[in-house]
Design a protein around this ligand. Structure first.
Ligand code: FE
Ligand code: FE
Ligand code: MG
Length: 159
C-alpha cells in the first residue's frame, strides 16, 4: 500500500491482517450459513424468517467485501481456499441440519454474538492507532448488533 498510508497505521500490520483474515473467514461462513439456512427453513413464520436470513446473508457478503479491500490495501492476501476459511474462522460454521425456523434463529443468534465479540476486540486493537480500519470495523459491528436484535425479535415473536 501507499507509503504514507502505511506509516499512519500504528499497530503491528501482520497481526492486524491476521485478525482481519479471521473475521473474513467468519463472514464467508456466516454468509453461507444464512444463505443455505434461508433455503431449507421450514415451520413457523417460514417466509418471514427466510427473508431475514437472506437479507443477512447479503450483508455478511458485504462485510467480507469491506474486509478484503482493507486487507489488500494493507498489503495482505485474503484466505484463498474453503479449507483455510474453515481452519482460520474464529466463530466457525454451524450447519443448519435442523431446518426448524426456531433452531435456525438460535444458531444464527449465537453466530452474531460471536461476531459482536470479534469486532469489539478488533475495535479495541485499532482504537486511536488505525482510524481507517476502526471506521470500517465500527460500521460492520453496527450491522452485527442490528442482526442480533432482528433475530432475537423474531424469536420473541414465536414465543
Ligand atoms: Fe458480518
Ligand atoms: Fe451478522
Ligand atoms: Mg435484518
Amino acid at each position: 500500500m501507499g507509503t504514507k498510508g502505511k506509516a499512519i497505521v500504528g499497530v503491528d500490520v501482520a497481526k492486524l491482517l491476521d485478525m482481519l483474515n479471521k473475521a473474513y473467514a467468519d463472514e464467508w461462513l456466516a454468509y453461507y450459513q444464512y444463505w443455505v439456512g434461508a433455503k431449507v427453513a421450514s415451520g413457523r413464520m417460514r417466509g418471514i424468517v427466510a427473508g431475514e436470513l437472506e437479507e443477512h446473508a447479503n450483508e455478511e457478503l458485504e462485510h467480507a467485501q469491506k474486509l478484503v479491500e482493507r486487507m489488500i490495501t494493507l498489503g495482505g492476501t485474503p484466505l484463498l481456499t474453503p479449507e483455510a476459511l474453515l481452519k482460520e474462522s474464529g466463530c466457525g460454521y454451524d450447519a443448519p441440519t435442523d431446518p426448524c425456523t426456531k433452531t435456525l434463529l438460535k444458531q444464527n443468534i449465537k453466530g452474531e454474538q460471536c461476531a459482536i465479540a470479534t469486532y469489539s476486540k478488533l475495535l479495541d486493537f485499532v482504537k486511536d492507532k488505525d482510524p481507517i480500519t476502526y471506521h470500517l470495523v465500527l460500521e460492520i459491528l453496527e450491522d452485527e448488533v442490528k442482526h442480533e436484535e432482528d433475530l432475537e425479535s423474531l424469536l420473541a415473536d414465536m414465543a
